[in-house]
Design a protein around this ligand. Structure first.
Ligand code: GCO
Length: 427
């Protein structure tokens, strides 16, 4: 199955997950805490910072024509107000390497990691943050804007609210377990409540030492409604700067979107879930040129709330249901309310069986093709991810990549799915 020549078929990464040694970021500091929540630190990651030219060539050789990657704020502005020109030239070279290989660079300006100093200043719950973000965006756009056509200001702007909702659900479940007399502090989610509580206190003391604040408000911390507004203000401030400094650029943000399906009795819960993760953001994105759609699976809801995956369903390494049909469903729902261009900025799965990755891509892309045939303006599909990489708190245990990496040598081994995806690119 192929698409028209001007349709982007590519892959996505995020700086912190692939580059390595993001030492001025909040994530790096948290990964190296004694009381860390991370399985392992990112350290060298997959050395994309030094090997990006090889990785871009592998994409081009396979037939891909676009690459979504992020510019790391903590590298560009490691200290508040100090901008590092050598990092700017690094990203200029990544962009130029893309174009020399016939690959359209699609740049994300914030992909979960923030400069450590921002967190010390209150992070994503501080009213100052949109101003700091706009200043960073201005610096990048003034130097690199003329080289770019597509910019995502913020990756998964709704993630903080989603994390807050999950945290709330877990807390309630733990309280129920505790009240039901389970005094050993261990609950069904495999968490040891007492250890976690003890860890929380010790971790707060450690954060105070490292960040100067006991409660760090990183981009993926549970977000308050005010913090959610701050994220939207940051997006709008960044969009205004891009419109002023590089008006030729198509600008948008990306959202983490589930294919929310209502079972009988779950209609109200499903409508609320969709409103919280999507409709709520429409006022902030109505001035955008495109919306980045990021989808991995479906969520089924009944009157009690979200349901576990169906009994016997095929699961991915992330324990998501293998359900590539979700992408078409999400695109169609989004298109009912957002009339601009859509770019699938993330879709994929973590699996050790690459034949399942090919099958997933085939089904997801046939859904995208059906949406386009019905007149929905989808501009591209970025598979997550180009490389097996650092999956945040789960470390390197999840393999999403089209390219495997032996991290003891950093040797790349393209999987059959890389050329399978490239083969879908229009000629
Ligand atoms: C996200 C992030 C990526 C993840 C990917 C797989 O959506 O959480 O954009 O950084 O690695 O989604 O979970």
């Amino acid at each position: 199955m192929t698409f028209s020549q001007d349709f982007f078929i590519g892959a996505a990464t995020a700086a912190h997950q692939v580059e390595g040694n993001n030492i001025h970021s909040d994530y790096w500091a948290q990964e190296h805490m004694v009381h860390t929540d991370f399985l392992e630190p990112s350290n060298d990651a997959v050395d994309h910072y030094n090997r990006y030219a090889e990785d871009i060539r592998l994409m081009a050789d396979a037939g891909l024509n676009a690459y979504r990657f992020s510019i790391e704020w903590a590298r560009i502005e490691p200290e508040e107000g100090h901008f590092d020109k050598s990092e700017l030239s690094h990203y200029r070279d990544v962009i130029r390497t893309c174009k020399e290989n016939g690959i359209e660079p699609i740049v994300t300006l914030l992909h979960f990691s923030s400069p450590k100093w921002l967190i010390t200043k209150g992070g994503w719950e501080s009213d100052e943050t949109p101003g700091y973000f706009a200043r960073y965006v201005r610096y990048v756009m003034e130097h690199l804007g003329k080289e770019l056509h597509y910019v995502c200001t913020i990756n998964e702007a709704n993630m903080g609210i989603q994390v807050a909702a999950i945290a709330e659900r877990y807390k309630k479940q733990m309280m129920v377990k505790m009240q039901s007399g389970q005094t050993d502090g261990t609950v069904q989610m495999g968490l040891n409540l007492e250890k976690m509580m003890a860890n929380q206190e010790a971790a707060a003391k450690e954060r105070l030492k490292i960040f100067g604040v006991a409660k760090t408000e990183g981009f993926t911390s549970p977000r308050t409604p005010h913090g959610d507004e701050i994220v939207m203000e940051a997006h709008k401030a960044a969009r205004a700067v891009i419109r002023e400094t590089a008006p030729h650029i198509q600008v948008g943000l990306t959202l983490s979107l589930h294919d929310v399906q209502a079972l009988p009795g779950g209609e109200e819960n499903a409508a609320k879930e969709w409103a919280d993760e999507f409709t709520h953001y429409l006022p902030a994105i109505e001035g955008d040129d495109f919306l980045g759609v990021q989808n991995y699976t479906r969520t089924r809801m009944d009157a009690s709330g979200s349901l576990p995956v169906p009994e016997g369903a095929e699961l991915t390494q992330m324990e998501y249901e293998f359900y590539p049909e979700a992408l078409e469903n999400v695109i169609r729902k989004v298109a009912q309310d957002f009339k601009g261009t859509l770019i699938v900025t993330e879709n994929g799965l973590a699996t050790s069986d690459d034949t399942r990755r090919c099958a997933f891509i085939e089904t997801a892309l046939s859904g995208v093709k059906a949406c386009i045939a019905d007149g929905i303006p989808v501009k591209g599909y970025m598979y997550w991810s180009l490389l097996d990489n650092f999956e945040w708190q789960k470390g390197y245990s999840m393999t999403f990549g089209l390219i495997a990496v032996d991290r003891s040598t950093q040797k790349r081994t393209p999987k059959p799915s890389l050329t399978h995806l490239g083969g879908c690119c229009g000629r």
